[in-house]
Design a protein around this ligand. Structure first.
Ligand SMILES: Cc1cc2nc3c(=O)[nH]c(=O)nc-3n(C[C@H](O)[C@H](O)[C@H](O)COP(=O)(O)O)c2cc1C
Length: 304
């Protein structure tokens, strides 16, 4: 581990600024251990709710030109079932962030409380899923509902609360402001971009749910803009996410204002080596530029 890359995030220490994004391989203890062994600085679990949920029928993920389109429908075994998985991960020394969702502020708070009792180091509130009614982006698009959810969770837990925002709003900075005023400790930007694909021979929408969320390189410039907007609006750390596939992407997000980043879709394309190759690349970049600590590059693009 090189000290240069050590990242402090809301009191958590990450060996480097990369994290596994929610929903990609974050289902089981063994998949998360493999991500930790691959060099991620922290891991975010699949989003978990109060009750088990089946998700949508197939097809739930399709490949499009420059990324993935998914409408999984938040399948998960429920927060209580996850206790064994979390127990096993406690001694890895790598922060485990539990992503949660709910269909009301009270439900969010209950899942949050359970996640913390099971050992979550931090929580990430998924208020941004573009394809689940009432529990997803509907919260993240409504500033007062968002504030209510964040406030209720903050009342019930004593761990850092990250709020993951949707890009499918007119002013993501305003949504970040509402979340931070209600107590959010960090903002994750962004979840997937609402999107659709149609098969031309049959005229059928490709996803069973018709609409889904686009991820991967296509959304990177949207995500960089969102991070830039959030960084200049609020005074808490921003976690960048969306389309990262290389160390240059990570540096770009950090220059826009991200203190750490999450990687999802690129794992499907490049495999788990991405965590090590990205951290090696950032380290070389920092050394070449004469920076002693990764913190020094956060938000540098705002000088111009
Ligand atoms: C198959 C799939 C499942 C996902 N599941 C979740 C989820 O459960 N919770 C969540 O907050 N985000 C979920 N996401 C969104 C990712 O965490 C991430 O925000 C998004 O994919 C953009 O990053 P990327 O381009 O690096 O994948 C999912 C994305 C994909 C592709």
């Amino acid at each position: 581990m090189t000290r240069r890359l050590v990242t402090e995030l809301c009191g958590l220490e990450l060996a480097n600024p990369t994290m596994l994004a929610a929903g990609i391989l974050g289902y089981t203890e063994s998949s998360m251990k493999s991500i930790i062994e691959a060099g991620a600085g922290a891991v975010v679990t699949k989003s978990l709710g109060l009750e088990p949920r089946n998700g949508y029928p197939n097809p739930t993920v399709v490949q499009v030109d420059c990324g993935l389109l998914n409408a999984m429908g938040l399948p998960n075994p429920g927060i209580n079932y996850f206790s064994e998985e979390l127990k096993e991960l406690k001694n890895t020394g790598v922060p485990i962030i539990v992503s949660i969702y709910g269909f009301s502020s009270k439900e969010f708070a209950k899942v949050a409380e359970t996640a913390v009792s099971l050992g979550a180091d931090a929580l990430e509130l998924n208020v941004s899923c573009p394809h689940v009614e009432k529990g997803g982006a509907e919260i993240g698009c409504d500033a007062s509902l968002l504030a209510e959810v964040v406030g209720e969770v903050k009342k019930r837990v004593d761990r850092p609360v990250f709020v993951k925002l949707t890009p499918n709003v007119a002013d993501i900075g305003a949504m970040a402001g509402a979340a931070v005023e209600a107590g959010a400790d960090a903002i994750t930007a962004i979840n997937t971009v609402k999107a659709m694909a149609i098969e031309v021979e049959t005229a059928r929408p490709l996803l069973a749910n018709k609409f889904g969320g686009l991820s991967g390189p296509a959304i990177k410039p949207i995500a960089v803009r969102a991070v830039y907007d959030v960084y200049r609006t609020v005074d808490v750390p921003v976690i960048g996410c969306g389309g990262i596939t290389s160390w240059q992407d990570v540096v770009e997000f950090m220059l826009a204002g991200a203190s750490a980043v999450q990687i999802g879709t690129a794992i499907a394309y490049k495999g788990l080596d991405i965590f090590k190759s990205v951290t090696r690349g950032i380290n070389t970049y920092l050394k070449k530029k004469g920076y002693k600590n990764i913190k020094e590059i956060v938000g540098l693009a705002h000088k111009f």
